[in-house]
Design a protein. Structure first.
Length: 440
């Protein structure tokens, strides 16, 4: 019986610990979501004060609604957890009730037995009726153990009653917490309803702009395509330059080896004796081990280590601006019209004039202008980072730059807000920049 009670208490305690850990995780996640919501709310209000309804407002209100949905989902998980705790606690109380009934019944039986055998005569008669001295000792030990058992029964009843009382208090506390969480959910649902109305209002205003919005999106697509072409051209130029450099180096190496071979042949003829065996001067005494070709023509002895370090920092590279909001992600981006805008980079909204920084050490491959936008392309071995829609560029082609070095400032985009388009490419493709940047 004691072992069963101990096991029951241990299981109940461990279940409560794991549930508490899960609740802490939910609360931490909810706090982070509310922080994101406040940040998005601030950017939305700032943009709303500066201009009329535009894509940025629509994107921000969409993100607000999505974050609000996630907060409500988090609260629902919390409610489910509280419901599970309520069920588990009530189940424990029911088990304590059954256990108390059993303990009380057994204790009552032992008390009845003790009452019936309460006289000293019965006690002595039980001992002296033993068949031997050893049997009498055993009977005395039994009576002592039975008395201890009755005392333990009483202690178990008191301990179980105390544990049941704690569970009842826990049940009451959980119900109060659930009531508070339900009130929070009502507030968040009201906020979601308000945000959804604002989202619908902005969408209706954007639909009224109709042709103007479509023209603006067409201009954005055209602009992004020109930047893509500029990146591809810069990479081709870098590859051509690398090929020319490799051919020049190969020609220089061949010229040097030929000169060394001629010098060796001349020395061999000058030192040969009449009776000495003929030596073929073109035959090398040792075999020449060919060098392993680099994995990319863009890699050489000067940038292989840089390229390796760039790859090692994947997922932890800094963002090009210290503060900003992701306006467009790599790949498909849904527009207010319902169509998709496919981008090969990342658009980060930030205040006009915000410093734009290099994400890693490298060499400036190109500084070009695309439709009044300044574009900087930096090479990091066989990888390239591109910063588009800049103003006041402070670097030039061929210049070595360091990580976090300011290369320009954020300019206004077609919507009239500050934004920088950021790309990461290898020698063949453009890749998702968010997989390379650290999480905010």
């Amino acid at each position: 019986m004691v072992k069963i009670i101990f096991t029951f208490f241990l299981v109940a305690f461990s279940t409560g610990v794991f549930a508490q850990q899960t609740k802490e995780e939910l609360e931490k996640e909810r706090a982070e979501l509310k922080r994101q919501l406040e940040q998005t709310e601030k950017m939305f209000n700032d943009n709303k004060a500066k201009s009329k309804e535009n894509y940025v407002q629509w994107k921000l209100i969409n993100d607000k609604v999505n974050i609000q949905d996630r907060i409500i989902d988090n609260i629902n998980h919390d409610i489910n957890l509280l419901d599970n705790n309520l069920y588990s606690t009530q189940k424990d109380i029911n088990r304590y009730d059954k256990l108390l009934d059993t303990l009380k019944q057994e204790y009552a039986k032992s008390m009845v037995y003790a009452y019936k055998n309460r006289s000293n005569y019965d006690f002595l008669n039980f001992i002296f009726s033993a068949s031997s001295f050893n049997d009498a000792v055993k009977r005395m030990t039994y009576l002592k153990s039975y008395r201890n058992y009755r005392e333990m029964q009483g202690e178990n009843i008191l301990r179980t009653q105390e544990l049941r009382k704690k569970k009842v208090e826990e049940l009451k506390g959980t119900k109060e917490k659930k009531s508070i969480v339900l009130q929070d959910k009502d507030k968040e649902m009201t906020a979601l309803e308000t945000q959804q109305k604002e989202k619908d209002r902005i969408l209706n205003e954007l639909k009224k702009q109709g042709k103007q919005l479509n023209n603006q999106m067409a201009a954005t697509r055209n602009q992004l395509k020109k930047v893509d072409n500029a990146i591809a051209a810069a990479i081709r130029r870098a590859i051509d330059d690398a090929n020319k450099l490799a051919l020049k180096k190969a020609a220089e190496d061949k010229k040097r080896l030929d000169a060394e071979a001629k010098a060796n042949a001349k020395n061999n003829v000058a030192t040969v004796k009449p009776d000495a065996p003929t030596i073929n001067p073109t035959k090398s005494p040792t075999a020449i081990v060919p060098k392993k070709a680099p994995e990319s023509i863009l890699l050489n002895s000067e940038n292989i280590e840089l390229n390796t370090n760039f790859v090692k920092n994947k997922g932890s590279l800094p963002w090009p601006v210290d503060k900003g909001y992701t306006l467009m992600h790599f790949g498909h981006n849904k527009l207010p019209s319902g169509t998709d805008l496919v981008t090969t980079g990342l658009t980060v909204a930030s205040d006009i004039g915000t410093p734009v920084k290099a994400i890693f050490d490298g060499t400036v491959s190109s500084v070009i202008t695309v439709e009044d936008m300044q574009v900087v392309i930096i090479q990091h071995g066989k990888y390239f980072s591109t910063y588009s829609n800049l103003s006041n560029v402070t670097v030039q082609r061929g210049q070595a730059v360091k990580k976090d070095q300011v290369i320009g400032k954020v300019a206004a985009n077609l919507d009239g807000i500050g934004a920088v388009d950021f790309y990461i490419s290898d020698e063949k493709n453009q890749v998702d920049p968010e997989k390379w940047l650290r999480r905010r």
